[in-house]
Design a protein around this ligand. Structure first.
Ligand SMILES: [Cu+2]
Length: 246
């Protein structure tokens, strides 16, 4: 086992991995750390060699060998790592979820997360910022005049079925918030005026904390919600109980 992998496996464990895409991200993270560790060791060996061997014992090295070749090799290495990281991130962000993915809308506001399910019609109702009224039970500003809005379900808890692809639509009402679930290796900003998407499949049932990773105001520290990943039948029962509410 490579050194950084061993350190992170036995000493500072990464959070539990509970999504299908997470393993590839962990592998890439540990590859980065192992390469960084190898380069640190190599740099110190070169430093030590420079100190121990004087000019008399060292054969003159051509500038090409000493400077340009290592520079080219490092550039190629970091370009490869960056391209690989970009590809992994884009897989969750830009490739688009399958049409059958479960649609859930996430809205961040100072200092809470709200989750909206489209209901039996499968379509989210229209929202209008003028209608936002958390004190009157309409924190998202859902427009009651839109027929699609009547069956929408708003929840302060995110409940998702295990092993089913989910397509999250990310919104923010006031400032930039950061939607993050460390166990699912998810982190994506929710930006006012924009609609973002991130898709994933949770692979392990459990209860996970949803954090805000942007310093979004004085109450940022308490901007947390709960994600429950449950078996399909339990999810259907939860949804049915919420749909039954007037
Ligand atoms: Cu926030």
């Amino acid at each position: 086992m490579l050194p950084a992998t061993a350190i992170f496996t036995y000493r500072w464990s990464l959070p539990t991995q509970a999504s299908l895409h997470g393993r590839a991200l962990d592998t890439h993270l540990l590859l980065n750390l192992n390469i960084a560790l190898a380069l640190i060791v190599l740099a110190h060996i070169l430093l030590l060699a420079g100190l121990l061997f004087t000019k008399r014992t060292l054969r003159p090295i051509h500038q090409l060998t000493l400077e340009y070749l290592p520079l080219a090799a490092l550039t190629a290495l970091f370009l490869f790592l960056a391209a690989q990281a970009q590809r992994l991130w884009a897989n969750q962000r830009y490739t688009g979820a399958s049409p059958t993915a479960l649609q859930v809308e996430v809205t961040g506001m100072q200092f809470a997360w709200y989750f909206r399910y489209p209901g039996p019609d499968g379509t989210f109702g229209r929202t209008r910022v003028q209608l936002v009224a958390p004190g009157e039970g309409n924190p998202l500003g859902i427009d009651p005049s839109d027929p699609h809005s009547t069956d929408d379900i708003t929840s302060s808890q995110l409940v998702l079925p295990v092993n089913r692809e989910v397509d999250l639509t990310l919104r923010a009402l006031d400032v930039i918030h950061g939607f993050s679930v460390p166990e699912l290796r998810l982190k994506q900003n929710a930006i006012p005026g924009q609609t973002g998407h991130i898709h994933f499949t949770a692979s392990m049932p459990g209860t996970y904390a949803i954090l805000c990773t942007q310093l979004c105001g004085l109450g940022h520290y308490r901007m947390q919600a709960t994600l429950r990943v449950v078996p399909e039948a339990e999810y259907e029962a939860w949804l049915a109980a919420h749909e039954a509410r007037p």
